[in-house]
Design a protein around this ligand. Structure first.
Ligand code: PLP
Length: 385
């Protein structure tokens, strides 16, 4: 199987698994217990916290462990807007932000901007929105989009937020591992990420909360300084820290490799474009996370391509990619990101999100392109018959 769906999830690095295993077997203590077993678990959790904090240029007290990237996003939004204030965000955010935003919107407490054709919102849009609504308390914009890879101008947006005294959260789930975050310099108040996108385990996330920012917890309890109740997922936390440490050490190599694989995809994409494929990902390398390339297929002579069949056909040929769009109640909905970027429903329903990872090779890219071209050509022929 050629796995090109790393934006969905990544395999656990064996070095991460090695670090986790003791905490799933003999070192099973509860970090809140006073005895030696408990204290050893507590040390592991606090070492993990310190290691992540120091790699981010943050303080350990600014790191909160959660159950996922989704929970980190939810904690940021609900934690600041629990009872009052308005959220400013974009229609191209991940559901983890967009669903809470739509919920707040129903009571007039969210402003949801349409992104530019590149998939991200500009600082000018944010500035206009902030001038028009003094109730906005929190802005949330993803560092990089999970469907098309486009990167947001966070420095520009942060400057607008600072001028208006508005807090800024960023969902960095698709950027961590490839971007060198220095939170002493990146002026965000909150930042979310998740271990399973960086070859760590599923079910563990981080929310960075800048010192002095008060949040209302989603889950009340004694752990995480009262900001997230529940016995800590010790093995997950240890795995997250090890995955983050390895990703930080290998970041430049990973970035070079992702760029090389992206160039290989773009160099070989012409046959798919000849079959009606549109490169949705911005072409400019400086505006994207290089591990995500999105090609969407519009109707040809009035005939749409079935996006779900496309993914399933590729799967049968040994290539795992994603449509980017969500599968709900058994039917593939058009991608809300592509719709927000201005694509029509048919094209937004037939996208290929190719996302590369640590072990992909040029040969795999070439094979994926060959298979995708054969499959799309066959589907177009059948649709026309
Ligand atoms: N935010 C973005 C941009 C993502 O890509 C994802 C996962 O796909 C999430 C949030 C959710 O993270 P998790 O799967 O850890 O809940």
């Amino acid at each position: 199987m050629i796995y090109l769906d790393h934006a969905a999830t990544t395999p656990v690095d064996p070095r991460v698994l090695d670090a986790m295993l003791p905490f799933l077997s003999e070192s099973f203590g509860n970090p809140s217990s006073v005895h030696g077993m408990g204290r050893r678990a507590r040390v592991a959790v606090e070492d993990a916290r310190s290691s992540i904090a120091s790699a981010l240029g943050a303080e350990p007290s600014e790191i909160v462990f959660t159950g996922s990237g989704t929970e980190s996003d939810a904690l940021a939004v609900s934690g600041l807007l629990h009872t009052q204030g308005t959220l400013l965000t974009s229609a191209a955010e991940h559901e983890a932000i967009l669903k809470p935003a739509r919920h707040l919107e129903a009571s007039g407490r969210a402003v949801i901007l349409e992104p530019s054709p590149s998939g991200s919102v500009t600082a000018d849009q944010v500035s206009t929105a902030l001038r028009g609504n003094p109730e906005i308390r929190l802005a949330s914009f993803m560092y990089a989009n999970n469907e098309v890879g486009s990167v947001t101008d966070l420095q520009g947006i942060a400057a607008c937020c600072a001028r208006h005294g508005v807090m800024l959260h960023t969902d960095a789930v698709q950027a961590v591992g490839l971007v060198d975050f220095d939170l002493a310099r990146l002026p965000v108040d909150l930042l979310s990420f998740s271990a399973h996108k960086i070859n760590g385990p599923k079910g563990i996330g981080v929310l960075f909360i800048r010192g002095g920012v008060e949040i209302d917890p989603l889950i009340r309890g004694a752990q995480e300084r009262g900001r997230r109740g529940g016995t800590e997922n010790v093995a997950g936390i240890v795995g997250m820290a090890r995955a983050f440490e390895i990703a930080s050490q290998e970041r430049l190599d990973r970035l070079q490799q992702a760029l090389a694989l992206r160039r290989r995809i773009l160099d070989g994409i012409a046959p798919l474009q000849d079959l009606g494929g549109v490169l949705v990902t911005p072409e400019d390398e400086s505006q994207v996370m290089p591990h995500i390339v999105n090609v969407a297929f519009g109707p040809v002579e009035g005939r749409a391509l079935d996006g779900e069949m496309l993914i399933l056909n590729l799967d049968m040929e040994g290539v795992a990619v994603s449509a980017g769009s969500a599968c709900s109640s058994g039917a593939l909905e058009p991608s809300h990101v592509l719709l927000a970027m201005g694509l029509d429903r048919e094209t937004s329903s037939a996208a290929l999100r190719i996302s590369t990872g640590l072990h992909n090779t040029f040969d795999e890219i070439d094979r994926m392109l060959e298979v995708a071209t054969t499959v799309v050509r066959r589907m177009r022929r059948l649709a026309a018959a």
